[in-house]
Design a protein around this ligand. Structure first.
Ligand SMILES: Cc1ncc(COP(=O)(O)O)c(C=O)c1O
Length: 437
């Protein structure tokens, strides 16, 4: 790397050399040069509180010393052989994944990303069932390969090229904008029943698998009500359809009560995919399945970098750090404190229409209090103003009107107060009568 460039210079260079589809979150993006714990530092040495963790990835804090030690030790010892040779870190990681995932999930395939983990899972489900079709939920995000974008129900992340075949979309459990116009008082779990309707009307009646995020991440922290996943699993079992929990965002303690998001609803998936928080920033993903499924997929698979010693040693150190430092417990305590703070803020700013999620996987949907009209411009402005007050928060949702708060799980209540103060500044600005969007 050459000399550290100033913000404007770097922006111009990025525009010149990177593909145009690679967008910035901010209109005025800072140049981050360093990360430590839950903080980022720009080229001028300004500190920012990172409440988005590099899109829900830096689970145990930037440059976590315990994880760094494992990574650097491994880098200095053995970096790469590929999976056709025998090395220990990948196997140690697989053993740990079998230990912390629920039920009989015990056979791992380690990948480089969440997209790849989902590709592997769908492929294995098809091989194991001898079926082809896939059910996904509306507003889902499952990655950026051909198959994964085809399973992504959000036009913002689909390129308009010919999608993969055999993918059917069921309504998601989006209570704030219930697709069946129900309210919590008269909810009859139509969204769960929709899975059966989709099987009957959009597939051959015998799809291979359904994949779902326990809490939709890119979709804007859309969190299903109790009973939803239990009802869906029953329907899938009736039709012999496998269930993949995509834990790429919800995994590794982020939702507070459980190591994996789906366990919040006591549902046992047949397969699970994960990535992001497992590597704390190093590229890694994994697909874990039951032996009954993996036994049916005996043909050779190869992955040059998947399961490499450095990412594997890092993944193991991340999991151990989450357990030893009780970060899941912290996600619950600090997450609950954050929800309380958001609800308090909501009293002054009713455009914070829906506060949702679990642990440190939270979303705030910004919409008109009377009409529920989405307010993406205001949402973007709140995010931008929070950054001016040195707090990084994310945004997402189908309409880009949901603030996403998914920080490193090391944050404290003091950090939450700082985040809320910065959000208040943004909310104040967009709530002024006649404020430009
Ligand atoms: C739920 C979910 N699945 C899969 C992916 C794809 O992961 P990756 O970007 O590592 O390929 C993402 C990424 O945001 C995700 O949020």
């Amino acid at each position: 790397m050459g000399k550290t460039l100033g913000r404007e210079e770097l922006k111009a260079k990025r525009d010149k050399y990177m593909v145009p589809g690679m967008k910035h979150l901010y209109a005025e993006p800072p140049h981050f040069v360093k990360g430590q714990g839950q903080f980022l530092y720009d080229d001028k040495g300004e500190e920012y509180l990172d409440m988005f963790a590099g899109i829900v990835t830096v689970s145990v804090g930037h440059c976590n010393p315990k994880v760094l030690e494992a990574t650097v030790n491994q880098l200095q010892t053995l970096q790469h052989t590929s999976t056709i040779f025998m090395t220990q870190p990948m196997v140690d990681l697989a053993e740990k994944l079998a230990e912390i995932t629920p039920g009989n999930l015990s056979k791992s395939y380690i990948t480089n990303s969440g997209t790849e983990a989902n590709e592997a899972a769908i492929s294995m489900a098809r091989i194991a069932t001898g079926r082809h079709e896939v059910i996904v939920l509306k507003h889902s995000y499952h990655g950026q390969s051909h198959l994964a974008t085809s399973m992504t129900s959000n036009h913002n992340y689909r390129q308009g090229t010919m999608p993969a075949s055999g993918i059917a979309f069921a309504e998601n459990a989006y209570c704030y904008r219930c697709p069946f116009k129900k309210t919590p008082d008269n909810c009859s779990m139509e969204c769960a029943k929709d899975v059966e309707r989709v099987i009957q009307t959009q597939t051959s009646g015998a799809p291979a698998v359904m994949i779902a995020e326990p809490i939709q991440g890119v979709g804007g922290a859309i969190c299903p009500p109790d009973g939803y996943f239990q009802a869906v699993k029953k329907i899938l079992d009736n039709y012999g359809v496998l269930f993949i929990a995509d834990e790429v965002q919800t995994g590794f303690g982020r939702t507070g009560n459980h190591m994996f998001g789906i366990s919040n609803w006591d549902v046992q998936p047949d397969m699970m995919t994960m990535a992001k928080g497992l590597g704390n920033g190093l590229p890694i993903g994994a697909c874990i399945v039951t032996p009954q499924i993996s036994d049916k997929a005996q043909k050779a698979v190869i992955n040059t970098f998947g399961g490499n010693p450095v990412s594997s040693a890092t993944g193991l150190a991340v999991i151990n750090t989450i357990i030893e430092d009780k970060l899941m417990e912290n996600a619950k305590v600090v997450g609950d404190y954050l929800i309380e703070g958001l609800k308090e803020l909501q009293k002054s700013y009713p455009i914070m229409q829906d506060i949702r999620g679990k642990g440190l996987m939270l979303g705030v949907e910004i919409a008109d209090p009377e009409t529920k009209a989405q307010m993406p411009a205001e949402c973007a402005k709140i995010v931008e103003i929070a950054k001016e007050h040195k707090v990084v928060i994310g945004k997402g949702g189908l309409w880009g009107n949901t603030i996403r708060i998914k920080p490193p799980m090391t944050i404290t209540k003091q950090d939450v107060d700082r985040c809320l103060a910065a959000m208040r500044k943004g909310l104040e600005a967009v709530s002024k009568v006649g404020a430009p969007a």
